[in-house]
Design a protein around this ligand. Structure first.
Ligand SMILES: Cc1ncc(COP(=O)(O)O)c(C=O)c1O
Length: 495
């Protein structure tokens, strides 16, 4: 049995205790947090619709017209006219034959993944997928092959090894922690070639990317190649609930097979009506999406100028601020709060040890000057907390050729990690750090990460592949090189 007291003490010592903070009033770009006014920089209310007057009014009217609760699950008595109306609107918006409402994004992913795979099948899941997908995999009792984040080569190796047992590839469209986008065209191609389904969780893509905010799948022009899109109503649409968009046959199947739809109360009428109003605003005012994207670009540019390693080529509103040790991230959060900015730290086990961060999330309703001030406050906060963004960047030796590179890992990194560097052609050095178990870095490596029931099979010839990349790098032909032997050591550079 878990000793709660002992476990709490342990978490306390590791700096990993969590607590909820209290927001008074509605979810705007500024809120009162634990009694103090702050700029809100960690909300998924990306388009600022949660407190939009039209959305609030729609929800209030729905409460008067249909009541507050649906009173039952979708299959019993919980499907009301308002649910059907939103399903039709979502299907049209996502250009699919059908849509099916679920109680939340978590429930939708759990329900879809577990309905589309069964024991004996193999699900291929990106290692950065959201917990909802991970739990859907577990509920399916299928074997799970976790491919390295965004690594289509690794995925293809797994698909080949599965020898026809593959059931589906599942990925976030926009990854919730890093804000990066899945390699959707490649995933579509692999799904078609290996005859497996492709499910994309658009929780953070809806309203932030793509024509009219239709998501990462639409932005990549991959709508025809994706079998099921899962979207949350709780983020850019500012409400609560979720949907699945797919063809009619799939919707009929999921209606009878998705346990989280069958065994859970239907979303409440005010939440559904609020999402309907938000969807109308998104369709009528696509400039909200442009504003969101330009706000995100501004914050990235400001933080990058301050020395932070923020992925400037990304366009999503999620901006991770890497800080390393959990105490540094927690302290930075506190110091930022003192300066009137609220951004939530992400700590292990949500992120790998040594990669604690503040996950910043921009909203369309932030003003440019608020974001500039926030970048300044965050830089001061991180510096006061012991992080040295400018020095860290300066510590990276200038490349001696366009491809040459070197990296120092954080001294406090408790595990060996892999780093990739590349030059963007304009003398700008980008650094991306990724977690990796020491064995994977140093030796022949295995296929996939230990996680649930991994696909059995021979180890992937990772060392050979990485070796050839390193050789190419030395010859000045490859973009990235990385070799890490132990935390705190610096290893590679080629000229
Ligand atoms: C990628 C992803 N999928 C699903 C969810 C769950 O969605 P919801 O909050 O609607 O349950 C989240 C929420 O954080 C998410 O980030």
């Amino acid at each position: 049995m878990i000793e709660i007291e002992a476990r709490l003490d342990e978490l306390e010592q590791l700096g990993l205790t969590r607590r909820t903070r209290l927001v008074s009033g509605p979810q705007g770009p500024r809120v009162v947090l634990d009694g103090k006014p702050v700029l809100l920089l960690c909300s998924s209310n990306y388009l600022g619709l949660a407190d939009h007057p039209a959305v609030r009014e729609a929800a209030a009217d729905a409460a008067m017209r249909w009541g507050v609760g649906a009173g039952g699950s979708r299959l019993v008595s919980g499907t009301m006219t308002i649910h059907r109306r939103l399903e039709e609107r979502i299907a049209a918006f996502q250009r699919r034959q059908a849509a099916l409402l679920f109680g939340s994004g978590y429930l939708a992913s759990v329900g879809v993944v577990s309905a589309l795979a069964r024991p004996g099948d193999v699900v291929f899941s990106d290692e950065h997928n959201h917990a909802a997908t991970v739990d859907g995999c577990r509920l399916s009792r299928a074997d799970v092959f976790v491919y390295e984040h965004g690594d289509v080569e690794h995925l293809e190796w797994g698909l080949r090894e599965a020898e026809g047992r593959g059931a589906l590839i599942v990925t976030d469209g926009v990854f919730s922690l890093g804000g990066d986008v899945a390699p959707l065209p490649e995933l579509v191609e692999l799904a078609a070639r290996y005859d497996v389904r492709l499910v994309v969780d658009e929780a953070h893509g809806l309203g932030t990317l793509g024509p009219g905010g239709r998501g990462a799948v639409a932005e990549a022009g991959c709508e025809d190649g994706v079998d099921v899109i899962v979207g949350s109503l709780g983020k850019a649409l500012g409400s609560y609930g979720a949907y699945v968009a797919c063809d009619q046959r799939m919707a009929r199947y999921l209606t009878g097979a998705a346990r989280s739809l069958i065994h859970s109360t239907a979303p409440s009428p005010p939440a559904v009506a609020g999402a309907l109003a938000a969807l109308s605003l998104l369709e009528e005012q696509p400039r909200r999406v442009e504003k969101l994207q330009s706000n995100a670009a501004l914050l990235r540019a400001e933080l990058s100028a301050a020395g932070f390693d923020v992925a400037r080529d990304q366009r999503t509103p999620i901006v991770p601020l890497a800080l390393g040790a959990p105490e540094t991230a927690v302290r930075t959060c506190e110091k930022a709060l003192e300066r009137g900015v609220f951004a939530q730290p992400l700590l292990p086990p949500t992120v790998a040890a040594g990669t604690s961060q503040l996950r910043l999330a921009v909203m369309a309703s932030h003003s440019k000057s608020e974001l500039r001030d926030a970048a300044r406050a965050l830089t001061q906060a991180a510096t006061a907390a012991g992080a040295r963004p400018q020095e860290r960047r300066e510590a990276i030796p200038a490349p001696t050729s366009a491809r040459a590179a070197a990296v120092v890992l954080d001294q406090d990194a408790p595990r060996a990690r892999r780093a990739e560097l590349w030059d963007d052609g304009e003398g700008e050095l980008w650094v991306e750090r990724r977690k990796a178990a020491p064995a994977e870095v140093s030796a022949a490596g295995g296929g996939g990460r230990p996680f649930d029931a991994e696909l059995d099979g021979p180890p992937r010839p990772r060392a050979a592949r990485d070796q050839s990349r390193a050789d190419q790098a030395r010859a000045g032909q490859a973009q990235g090189i990385f070799d890490v032997e132990a935390p705190g050591t610096l290893v590679e550079h080629a000229a």
